[in-house]
Design a protein around this ligand. Sequence first.
Ligand SMILES: *Cc1c(COP(=O)(O)O)cnc(C)c1O
Length: 408
Amino acid sequence: MAEADYGAGGGYDSRAVTALKRPDDAGWEGFATRAVHAGQGPDPASGAVVVPLVSSATFAQSSPGSPGAFEYSRTGNPTRNAAEANLASLEGGVGAVACASGMAATTMALQLLDAGSRVVATRDCYGGTFRLGEQVFRRHGFEFAWVDTSDLSATTEAIRAGASMVFVETPTNPLLRIADLRAIASACRSEGALLVVDNTFMSPFFQRPLELGADIALHSTTKYLNGHSDGVGGVLAVRDPALLERLRFLQNAAGAVLSPFDAWLLLRSARTLALRMERHDENAGRVARMLVERPEVSRVFWPGLPDHPGHALAREQMTGFGGMVSFEVGDVDRARRVMEAFRLFTIAESLGGVESLVNHPATMTHASIPAPIREEIGVTDGLIRLSVGVEDDVDLLADLRAALGTAA
Ligand SMILES: *Cc1c(COP(=O)(O)O)cnc(C)c1O
């Protein structure tokens, strides 16, 4: 797309990205190496080992109408572009666009479509995604088919009925259902539909949707990517340069960009992503296996458990099972007693940070879903969801045991 296509007043200049991509990025095979180095320093101007936080809104021009690599920070910002280069490398894409939140990223993905488009999307997706579709984009003439994307035949049937975009979350929240990304990608190709995968729960360390055939890997970076519960953000990574240009256009035109400070935090966090994800997964595995043994617990949901319905598929398309564990204790009173008894797990929404959190979906994250629908999709009143952090497992397990004791 020629720069003139963007209209007057701030075209995106692709030099702003290439200027920051070190030529040897492609040579780094290991994920952890790329997490530490892709898009990350040393800064050519100062030698700083950490990418500088550039807060400047605008950039000097040598003569009128001839900007350098950067012109205006909505269009391109050195710190944000470094974070985008880093995330593109981790997802195995050609580029990425960073947004103000996960919901801003989802909005931007939907803005690729025209009014009248039909979107097939995961039924038990993040509540905000459902709300955005039903209460915002439906008013703009979109049609949504919400399906259980862990049911492959129901999903492919819905795609064959016509779809411009398929929006899949896997594993889902809070029951961790798994969708077959390769099979869904192939159905999307036959239908000419764009496949967007919300990869928030796994992070690119455990799952890379672009390698499985998706067009867009989407994240709420608020969760594992930022990982310290101190920043809100979102990102879309793609493997097709033409699609990247369309997203760049939308990022600049609509303007819900990630702030330089949040981009800087994201770069800081990427450096430990591999270490953190390994520890989340290890701890979650210990927690899940302990919960299975407890008499107070009737069901445990974690894709790493051999009797999880998506376990075999998870082993095929993921390289770990993540830090999210849900379990049933019977009813709302027991759930409340157990949750109030925790001393290490903090009662809070959100997930993916280094500290362990506990959430009661029926009254917290999923409260906006009417009770009958909640029961139908399996989010019962006795369900508790854990975001298992990176603390020592001995303390996590002791806290859980003590809390469960109050349910008896
Ligand atoms: C949190 C979350 C979102 C929304 O992201 P925000 O950063 O809160 O806007 C989208 N999808 C999933 C799976 C999430 O967990």
